[in-house]
Ligand binder design. Structure first.
Ligand SMILES: Cc1ncc(COP(=O)(O)O)c(C=O)c1O
Length: 425
């Protein structure tokens, strides 16, 4: 029995109340972007009405904006358990932050230096690093095992060597849901003297994050996959953020975070993102009590955020099992990623599959006709290299169903019922 009570929780999301053709919309595409609670919308409205200004000025609204920009960094530091809020950089999204960091780090590269990426990752966490080939870097891959899409850690221990300067890896795959053993890769990388960059975009809405435990050097995630607006965050260890010299206007200003700013930040977005963090802490206060004694290292808001995400993870595991058991019983469905229920703690509630006789776009259109929103993957779900490697593009790509904690058992059952009606039985 889960601790989360969905009724009051779902009420907080205006989008979840929308009804078309007499039916409530069913959002099963959290991996593409989550819905937002009213408190996020209110915070953005409040920003526009009460404190809208450019930052760095000497009048009231500008000073309030400066304070808000500090507070969102404190909130994100709490969410990911950073040593200091000064280690948080604000940006428009994960992709922009990652490309900018890659170009900044390229200043230190020599021809022949190696950068390691994985075949499982989102394109943003591959292509940013692949641009370093222009600086003479050699890009090396950690491949995936085709049976369960897990990373080949044996191969990782050979690929990561004393020429490696950076290892870029996702905490979880947005395409098939697998969670990666980033701690293991970080140990290999650090033994080789390399930096570790972790993409937490897909993992962040599902599990607690603790950058101190992960042992990585950088971590990125985006608020819009985590119940907030379209903004992103980069965390980096203080010594790296201070040393790195990003490309920017006014290069004379070498302070953190100013030197990482490319233009005016999305203030209303960061105001909304603050409320999204508060929303998660609220889940901790309301439903996270039973996890408290498993988290002795945390106090205050950090504890509420951790217990909130623990409650989310527990609830989502139940929905994952329900969905997967249903998928297994439908004729012609082939699920990718980890399919052993005993190992579901190694995956997110994100399931991608092919279905005999139908492309992913066919299924999406039919689902949309039933007011069920899922994502079609003929263009790769952002993880094109993986999808090509799995050789599923020619059969119409992977259909992705991605669950969030605001989804219900009834929604999963309805999705399964419609899918079953489409199967060629
Ligand atoms: C795992 C993963 N990494 C990176 C990205 C890119 O994030 P953004 O849209 O914030 O640039 C996405 C977007 O879907 C993603 O799922």
């Amino acid at each position: 029995m889960s601790t989360i009570d969905l009724k009051p929780l779902r009420k907080q999301f205006p989008a979840l109340q929308k009804v078309d053709n007499g039916r409530a919309r069913i959002f099963l595409d959290g991996a593409g972007g989550t819905q937002v609670p009213q408190m996020v919308i209110d915070a953005m409205l409040d920003y526009f009405i009460n404190t809208n200004a450019n930052y760095g000025g000497y009048y009231k609204t500008s000073m309030a904006t400066d304070e808000m920009l500090i507070n969102i960094r404190k909130d994100v530091a709490d969410f990911i358990n950073a040593a200091s809020w000064k280690e948080i950089i604000l940006g428009p999204n994960m992709t922009t932050l990652t490309f900018n960091l890659a170009w900044a780090l390229s200043r230190d590269l020599k021809p022949g230096d190696e950068v390691v990426i994985t075949r499982l990752d989102h394109g943003a966490n591959m292509d940013a690093w692949k641009t370093l080939k222009d600086r003479g870097a050699v890009i090396r891959y950690i491949e995936v095992n085709t049976d369960d899409c897990s990373l080949d850690y044996q191969m990782a221990s050979q690929v990561i060597n004393d020429k490696t300067k950076l290892v870029a890896v996702g905490l979880a795959s947005n395409a098939v849901g697998n969670i990666n053993d980033v701690i293991r890769l970080a140990a290999l990388a650090h033994n080789a003297g390399a930096l570790v960059f972790a993409d937490a975009v897909h993992y962040a809405p599902h599990f607690p994050i603790d950058v101190m435990k992960l042992e990585c050097d950088f971590l990125v995630y985006s608020a819009y996959k985590c119940f907030g607006p379209h903004v992103g965050f980069l965390w980096g260890k203080k010594e790296h953020l201070t040393r790195i010299n990003p490309y920017r206007p006014w290069p004379v200003d070498d302070k953190v975070p100013q030197k990482y700013n490319l233009g005016t930040p999305n203030m209303e977005g960061f105001a909304g993102a603050r409320a999204a963090v508060d929303y998660i802490a609220g889940i901790g206060v309301d439903y996270g009590q039973k996890f408290k004694n498993t988290l002795p290292a945390f106090k205050g808001k950090r504890l509420d955020l951790k217990t909130g995400m623990a409650a989310v993870a527990e609830y989502e595991l139940g929905l994952s099992k329900l969905l997967f058991k249903g998928l297994k019983d439908i004729k012609g469905v082939n699920v990718y990623g980890i399919t052993d229920i005993e190992r579901f703690d190694e995956r997110c509630p994100t399931f991608s599959f092919t279905m005999d006789g139908l492309t992913s776009a066919d299924i999406c259109r039919k689902m949309s006709g039933e007011d069920i929103y899922v994502w079609n993957g003929e263009d790769g779900l952002g993880a094109l290299e993986l999808v090509e490697y799995l050789d599923v593009v020619k059969i119409g790509g992977l259909l992705r169903v991605s669950i969030e904690h605001y989804n219900t058992e009834a929604e999963i059952n309805r999705f399964l019922e419609v899918l079953d009606s489409l199967s060629g039985k």
